[in-house]
Ligand binder design. Structure first.
Ligand code: ASP
Ligand code: MG
Length: 469
């Protein structure tokens, strides 16, 4: 019995056309596999908007948060009206969207009167994004004749209490999967599951960190002992650099679980940093591919890395904080403890440190799972709390190379006018640079010239739409 778990990113459900494409892919794959499980993330921009609504409410901006919620309603109602002809079905879906958004409003109202938003409020509001789109897509594929059911991951993904970046509990998840999900797929239903969302043992909604739907998919694949996981996204696969920075960026044909974990740790946006972890024990292959380019094999992620010829495989960039302090016998451990008190786990690392008798200098990274504005708000909070006489806090970009050849690439960098703030050589010939955000494009482009050409990808699957003939 062959089982496929597939996940669709928010860039694919950004509008009615994308949602339709996703529905087509689900229909096609449902014919090719014995069992199919689908994980969906919210329409592009929706999670950010929900978070913003809660922030506005806690800042006592009543009109602000109500406007955001009204815009979200309009966005989803528009999609429903474009995709669904039946009046009755439309009305039913709109009622469901309204119920979910009323819950968001009541979370915001509470934050408004408290003038404070708690992490669990943010989770409860942010969960609405996935809950809305899953209902719309389920209605759409059911209309096409598929036996599909909307499933809320709060009933499957049991996590600890760490709101906004919760840790899943694999044993409990496995029990839930056996009780809830397995009977459903054995009865030949295709579950459409909300990505990103979990719940504590007592039922409080949590989320798995930004981009967490990938992690939902791989956690479920592991519990189901699935044969493959496919992550569908708007780009053709995991790229050798961010294509927005480097027009010549290429798809990397094969990566190991470790390599993809490292790449996403250092800022590759394609998959959630922890998403590969659940696949390691069972060696379940993961493929990243695009529904707009079905002939492209995408990136295969598996246990073994491809043989590394000379040259770099990838160059990534991630937001970071560069901190310096002066004073006698400053202690790194104490400094980090203080920083975590101020900004919690918004920062990770340090990835680079240098210390002398009376000067300490280090660079932290801000994981992509913290969201796009986390670095600047962490920098602000740190400057205020640490004081600017002794401390300097700067937002930087941390650039990392993966693969052999970093030394050569870096020595060439010396011929340009760019002055990195700090450089380090890590394990496996990994080069790290902290640069000012204004320099990031130049540096990444320069280093990317030292990446190697990809070799053709081996085919992993005898099934499904890949490759299309
Ligand atoms: N919708 C969530 C986010 O924007 C989860 C995901 O996209 O995977 O972070
Ligand atoms: Mg993502």
């Amino acid at each position: 019995m062959a089982t496929l778990v597939m996940k669709f990113g928010g860039s694919l459900t950004a509008d009615a056309r994308g949602i339709n494409r996703v529905a087509q892919v689900i229909m096609a794959e449902s014919l090719a596999w014995d069992h199919l499980v689908v994980v969906i993330s919210s329409m592009a921009g929706v999670t950010d908007a929900l978070l913003q609504a809660v922030e506005r409410a806690s800042a006592h901006d009543g009109p602000g948060y109500r406007k955001i919620v009204a815009n979200l309603r309009r966005k989803h109602v528009e999609a429903i009206e474009t995709l669904i002809e039946s009046e009755a079905l439309r009305a039913d879906l709109i009622e469901q969207i309204d119920r979910l958004l009323f819950d968001v409003l009541s979370v915001c109202d509470a934050a408004f009167s408290r003038r404070e938003a708690l992490p669990r409020d943010r989770d409860r509001a942010m969960a609405a994004g996935e809950r809305m789109i899953v209902r719309i897509l389920t209605a759409l594929v059911r209309k096409e004749g598929l036996g599909a059911a909307a499933v809320d991951a709060a009933s499957l993904i049991v996590t600890d209490e760490r709101h906004q970046n919760a840790n899943p509990m694999p044993d409990l998840i496995e029990d839930r999967v056996d009780q809830v999900l397995r009977p459903m797929i054995e009865a030949n239903f295709v579950p459409l599951i909300t990505g990103f969302i979990g719940a504590t043992r007592t039922g409080a909604v949590t989320t798995l960190g930004r981009g967490g739907s990938d992690y939902t998919a791989t956690l479920l694949a592991s519990s189901l002992h699935a044969d493959e996981v496919w992550i569908w996204t708007a780009v053709d696969g995991v790229m050798s650099a961010d294509p927005a920075l480097v027009p010549g960026a290429r798809v990397i044909p094969v990566l190991s679980y470790d390599e993809v974990g490292e790449l996403s740790y250092f800022g590759a946006h394609v998959i959630h940093t922890r998403a590969a972890e659940p696949l390691i024990a069972g060696g379940i292959p993961l493929r990243v591919r695009s529904p707009f380019n079905l002939d492209h094999a995408g990136t295969l992620i598996q246990a073994e890395s491809a043989d590394t010829a000379s040259g770099l495989k990838a160059v990534t960039a991630i937001d970071g904080l560069y901190l310096t302090t002066t004073g006698h016998s400053v202690d790194l451990g104490e400094a980090l403890a203080r920083i975590h008190e101020i900004v919690g786990r918004t920062v990770a690392g340090p990835v680079m440190v240098t210390q002398s008798r009376d000067r300490l200098l280090f660079v932290l990274v801000v994981p992509t799972s913290e969201g796009p504005t986390a670095a600047s708000s962490a920098a602000l909070r740190l400057s205020v709390a640490l004081g600017t006489e002794k401390w300097e806090v700067r937002v930087v970009k941390v650039i990392a190379t993966m693969g052999m050849g970093g030394r050569q690439a870096l020595s060439q960098l010396a011929t340009t006018r760019i002055q990195p703030l700090l450089e380090a050589i890590g394990p496996e010939d990994r080069y790290l640079l902290a640069v000012s955000p204004a320099d990031v494009q130049n540096v990444v482009r320069h280093l990317h010239e030292f990446t190697n050409q990809p070799s053709p990808t081996a085919r992993i699957s005898q099934r499904g739409t890949w490759p299309v003939r």
